[in-house]
Every structure is written in C-alpha cells, then in structure tokens.
Design a binder for this molecule. Sequence first.
Ligand code: 5AD
Ligand code: SF4
Ligand code: FES
Length: 350
Amino acid sequence: MSELIEAIIDKAEYEHSMSLEEIVLLLTTPEAEKLYEAADRVREKYIGSQVELRGLVEFSNICRQNCLYCGLRRDNSNIPRYRLEASAIVDFGRRAAELGYKTLVLQSGEDEFFSPERLGPILSELKQLGVALTLSIGEKNREEYESLRKAGVDRYLLRIETTDKDLYERLDPGMSWTNRVRCLRDLKDLGYEVGTGSLVGLPGQTIESLARDILFFQELDVDMVGIGPFIPNPDTPLADADGGTFDLACRMMAITRLLLPDANIPATTAMETLQPDGRMLALKRGANVVMPNVTDTDYRKMYMLYPGKICLNDAPADCRVCVTGKIKAIGRTISVDQGFRRRRTFVKEQ
Ligand code: 5AD
Ligand code: SF4
Ligand code: FES
C-alpha cells in the first residue's frame, strides 16, 4: 500500500475529513485492508462494541413508483402483491418487541393506501410497546411527514440511491432528484433522525459519483447511512446489468464511517446476499447495526427487491437467535437501548 493512501487514511481517522480525490483513491486502491482496520477502530472509539438490532416489518410490497432496479416496481407483474392488515402489523411489532427488539422499522413500497390517517392508529399502538419507530415508506409532502412525526415516528429512512441527478432520474422514471433532497431536508427539519444511503454498482454510476455520495452524507450530517450493492433483478429492465460488488460496497461503508464517526451504519442484507457472512464482515469494517426481518415467512418471498434475499424460510425468532449468536461470536454485544445516535462530534462552524 502506498504511503499516500496510508496518509489519507490516517488523516481521515483523526480529522474525519477527505477530499473528493482522496475518496476516489480509497475506492480504487488495490488493497483495502488498512481502510477496513481504520473504520473498525473509529467504530470502536465512537460507538463501542455494542450492535444495534432493528426489527424490520415489510408491511406492503405495493409501489406506485417504477424504479428500473427494483423488484417492487409497479410494472413488475411477476410478484404477488400484499398489504398487511393493521392488526397484523401491530402483531408482528408486538412479537418483535417480545423477542427483545427496541426499534421497529416499518418499510413498504410507496403504497398510497397507507396515508398518515391510516398509519396513525397503527403507530400509536406500536409506540405503546416502548420501542423507537422508524418509517421507510418513500416520498411524502412536508405536511404528511409532519403528521407522521406527531404520531410518534422517531426516524425515517430514505436512500438518495445516487447523488448523480441525471442517473437518478433515468433509473427512477417520473421521480425528481431535487424532490428527494427536499424530502431529506424536511425530515431533518421536523426533528426526525434521518437515514439515507446509496446503491453501489448501478449501470452508468462512476467512482466519482460514489465519492460524491459520501460527501453528500457528510454535508447533510445524516444520522444513519445504509449502503448496499445493486443486485440485478431478473424481473426488471436491469436484469442483464452487471451489479455491484461486496468489496466496493464495503469500501463505501468504511469511508462513510471515517467521515461520520458517530453515525449508525447498518451491515446491509444485500451485502450478505453477495457474500456469506457478509453482515459480520461489514460489522468488522465500520458497521454497527443489523436489521433482521421480523415479518412472517409467507410475506418475505413477496418482498423481493432483488434476487437471493436471505432468510426466506426463517421465522422471526430464528433470525433473532441466529444474529445474536453471530454477533457474540465476533466478540461484540447486543445493545439494550433504543439506539439513537449519540453525537460525539461537533459540527464545525462555517
Ligand atoms: N438491489 C439492491 N438493493 C435494491 N433496492 C431496490 N432494488 C434493489 C436491488 N435490485 C434498495 C433501494 C431501496 C431499498 C429499499 O432497497 O436502495 O432504497
Ligand atoms: Fe418502489 Fe422503493 Fe422499489 Fe422504487 S426502490 S420501486 S420506490 S419500493
Ligand atoms: Fe435470518 Fe440468520 S439472520 S437466519
């Protein structure tokens, strides 16, 4: 490894800053081991050994959007669609809380049925379980985000997917990149903990644009960053695309840890699809969160964003036991609180 690369990593480990050119170098250098070790040290220093578990409820796979990469896109007629009853959502949430989850992530496609009015009563029932609530249901207007926040939602996940506006608008027809950024800013403004992130390896995506994604996370000072490899889905127009690699997704994640040392960073499920035990490797390369599925088996195979999804035949309790065992086996502990971001850095005055 060149001295230059080592110096860049060294500086980022202590100063948490990097230029676009430096990020590009780290994304392309042949050997990433030093980067991974530095990300692991920064995670240990700012977060400690505990891993946050978030229970994921996939409550509807109906989506009004048509993203070219995603299996839930509205033009995909090869998957059966489902929408859980309110009582079933609450039930999954209750069982997750019984399994010890302190945070629930409610995720769906952009399903207009679930208006804030319909979600409100579900959210207040779930809130009574004493868990933190995260929503991931796509783009809404400010008033809708505001009423969801008032209904008790603590966090919101909305990946920017890519900071390359042209690429975004090509891959997500009918959607506006500017509106997506507006969503993220509104969410911050309304007091949510905000998570964003990107897909790695999209057709037409450059290394420079990936580097810009990381600077975007830093500029927005987001609380959570989920990064996953793009995995081509045979039911979509991008069936024959190349897809991203585990290694590049890990580099993106590790650099993000250096620049956002106290952020919550998940070891994503898509990483494990590409690499056996990929989530545990990711936990050793900067990640500190795992999001096991707490939806019943029947629904898992219908929530098919990409092929090769893990845990298709495992029940919520199986995943809980599995993940706990793996985390302990790598010498880490399971967090016992709700896992809000603990700020250890101060935003520099401009
Ligand atoms: N491969 C990997 N991730 C995908 N997502 C959608 N389609 C794919 C795919 N083919 C991700 C998007 C979205 C999240 C819910 O799933 O980043 O934000
Ligand atoms: Fe819908 Fe999200 Fe999939 Fe796009 S990525 S089609 S918005 S579920
Ligand atoms: Fe589902 Fe391992 S996390 S079985």
